[in-house]
Design a binder for this molecule. Structure first.
Ligand SMILES: NC(=O)C[C@H](N)C(=O)O
Length: 323
């Protein structure tokens, strides 16, 4: 059987780094160690390699995410799948950005590593091989952007980094993985729910993310009102409640037509308008805050900036955060 053509995009991160044996610092190398390790990879697929930038993932912004989206679109009819190597810190944000903005049903797999290329037990090459095996698999078609690490296949929408250093860091807390990678093959055991696609030309909107805490007041919201912020996501308490001292700041931002999305700072569950006390979800909803359907804060931020970019009317925002 002919080998499939896969676009392999390296963007940097620990998977492309190595450890300095003297200092113990993990650093970016001039030559990406992954390019030396491609023998096994070429046996799996015909690889076309692109390296648009080499950045640790805390340096990645929505600008680089858009570059990746455009690069994938430029190869759309020339390859049968895409694999992206990426730092793990913001991997879930890039994966979700692509999930919402790449057209078509091409399998797209994002992967990374928790140990750099020369560390004992390095997981980079292994995760990359697993990702290519998923990308060449027919069943990966039409499942949205997938995140593959540590033998598990997750959806971009649900996956999140849950541990600072453990190789099993990527988990989908609400729903679990949708498949596994074994020595014998790739097995999908769940189907992801289909969701929205957004046409955007640019990704310039400024959306901020803050986390609520006991005793929080409007100070930070007041500071945000002085910026050029286009939208705000708040990781609220529990099912979606805020300390009442935040309400003046919330009302001021709403008067400035800044949309505010409510997610929960809890690791699991969905934010909803349940509580009727001051600052409770019911009041927040009546004020016009939008409750998100189970996304975490960083992904709600990505969705909001894309929604604002696609010039969605204010009233439509609520609907799209239910999808
Ligand atoms: N494991 C990693 O890739 C973490 C690294 N700090 C990054 O995100 O670039």
């Amino acid at each position: 059987m002919d080998k499939k053509k896969i676009l392999l995009i390296h963007t940097g991160g620990t998977i492309s780094m190595s450890e300095d044996v003297e200092t113990g610092a993990v650093l970016t190398n001039e030559e990406n160690p992954l390019t030396r390790q491609t023998k096994e990879l070429n046996e799996l697929a015909h690889l076309i390699v692109e390296e648009p930038f080499q950045l640790p993932s805390p340096h990645i912004t929505q600008k680089e995410m858009l570059i990746l989206r455009n690069l994938i679109h430029s190869y759309k009819d020339k390859v049968s799948g895409v694999v992206i190597t990426h730092g793990t810190d913001t991997l879930e944000e890039t994966a979700y950005f692509l999930d919402l903005t790449v057209k078509g049903s091409l399998p797209i797999v994002v992967t990374g590593a928790m140990r750099s290329s020369n560390e004992i037990g390095s997981d980079g090459l292994y995760n990359l091989i697993s990702s290519i095996r998923v990308a060449i698999c027919d069943e990966a078609d039409g499942k949205g952007v997938l995140v593959v690490l540590n033998d598990e296949i997750h959806t971009a929408e649900n996956v999140t980094k849950t541990h600072t250093s453990n190789v099993s860091t990527f988990q989908s807390p609400q729903y679990g993985p949708i498949g596994i990678v074994t020595k014998r093959g790739v097995l999908f055991h769940h189907l992801p729910v289909q969701h929205a696609h957004f046409e955007i030309e640019q990704a310039d909107k400024q959306v901020m993310l803050i986390k609520a805490h006991a005793g929080m007041d409007s100070t930070l919201l007041g500071a945000i009102a002085q910026t050029t912020c286009d939208g705000l996501v708040i990781e609220a308490l529990g099912q979606g409640n805020l300390p009442p001292a935040m309400l003046p700041g919330i009302k001021d931002l709403l008067a400035r037509k800044i949309p505010i999305i409510i997610v929960s700072r809890c690791f699991n569950g969905i934010a909803q308008d349940v509580y009727g006390y001051p600052g409770g979800g019911k009041e927040l909803k009546e004020l016009g805050l939008i409750f998100s359907n189970g996304l975490n804060g960083q992904k709600a931020r990505i969705k909001l900036l894309i929604a604002l970019e696609s010039r969605m009317p204010f009233e439509k925002l609520e609907e799209m955060f239910q999808l």
